[in-house]
Design a binder for this molecule. Structure first.
Ligand code: HEM
Length: 155
């Protein structure tokens, strides 16, 4: 039996794994898919032009179309609980040549872009999520560098 929970005729904005939660988040934050798309595109325009971050991305991403689409889905999932993103962010960052200064720069550009493209409640939400995820990705990068030998034996 074919089953299509989201027919193509339903606009992207209301496709969601948890429609009630998504509707509530949209009402509380003023965020929606077009706004998140603008945030993502403007943010990566800045990242690509940035002397510190630009080269790190250029070394890994040749075709920006799929990366931007993935990041739109990621922010839709994180901010609006739509469940659109399925991926492995920790693995993708584990071997990047970055330290906390790169994450600080990433966050500075993200805060600026969020403030420009989102209403205050929406900017506060995405910035808070970005800060948390940046901390956990930074830990993942450090752990990957240490390898299993770096794990202390707890007694
Ligand atoms: C030092 C800061 C960062 C750098 C240099 C960086 C760089 C990258 C690069 C190069 C990729 C593409 C990896 C690949 O496909 O080979 C990527 C993917 C991604 N990044 Fe980051 N990133 C940073 C911080 C962050 C933060 C703070 C977040 C979330 C708030 C984030 C979320 C993601 C996600 C969701 C992907 C897609 C992973 C997948 O393929 O599913 N990144 N990043």
């Amino acid at each position: 039996m074919t089953h299509a929970p989201f027919p193509e005729t339903i606009p992207e904005t209301i496709r969601s794994a948890r429609p009630a939660a998504t509707a509530a988040l949209m009402a509380e934050t003023g965020l929606d898919e077009p706004r998140l798309r603008r945030l993502v595109h403007r943010f990566y325009d800045r990242v690509r032009a940035d002397p510190m971050l630009g080269p790190v991305f250029a070394a890994r991403i040749a075709d920006w179309g799929p990366h931007l689409a993935k990041m739109e889905a990621f922010w839709s999932s994180v901010a609006l609980m739509t469940g659109r993103y399925h991926g492995k962010p920790v693995e993708r960052h584990a071997d990047l040549p970055v330290d906390w200064a790169h994450f600080e720069r990433w966050l500075a550009l993200f805060r600026e872009t969020a403030a420009e493209t989102c209403p205050p409640e929406g900017a506060a939400l995405v910035i808070e999520r970005a800060e948390r995820i940046a901390r956990s990705l930074h830990m993942a990068v450090q752990d990957a560098r240490q390898g299993p030998a770096g794990i202390p034996v707890l007694r």
